[in-house]
Design a protein around this ligand. Sequence first.
Ligand code: OFO
Length: 174
Amino acid sequence: MLAKKMETALVHQVYEEMYSFYLYLAMAEHSVVEGMPGLRHWMQNQALEELSHAVKFMNYIAGKGGKVELKALQAPPKSWKSAKIIFEEALKHEQHITSCINNLVDTALSLKDHATANFLNWFVAEQVEEEANAQAIIDMIKLTGSAPGGMFIVDRELAARPAALNPLNPTPAA
Ligand code: OFO
């Protein structure tokens, strides 16, 4: 059983993860303007990963006897000035999600809810990866983006991202 305060905070995180899903889908659509199919592939798979995060939270809340009521999603921005700005915005967004996860851990610990703190540890580690991934792409664009054909190489790298796991069953079999 979750404390009401914990349940409300976890339900809000479902919204945050779903907004991440929506934001990355919007970034994928903008890639059409940029003429970057690799960026589209990368962002669509990132969006699916975010959906899997929302589902992980929903499953955890349900498993603890809680209930999720879904809220309307805010519309994400429609356009960005460049692929570099897209990834800078993605990094900023992930830093925001990291602070959301840290706040959830603080709430769990203040309630002595060690089961939820333990569940959240996966997300603490995931956020380190999420921020590092966005930063690595920003660095790659800075290094190669302005060279002739540089963005073509960046796009080919983005296209090599492995497909996301099934978002409804994101944990690979052991
Ligand atoms: Fe769910 O990690 Fe990104 O937002």
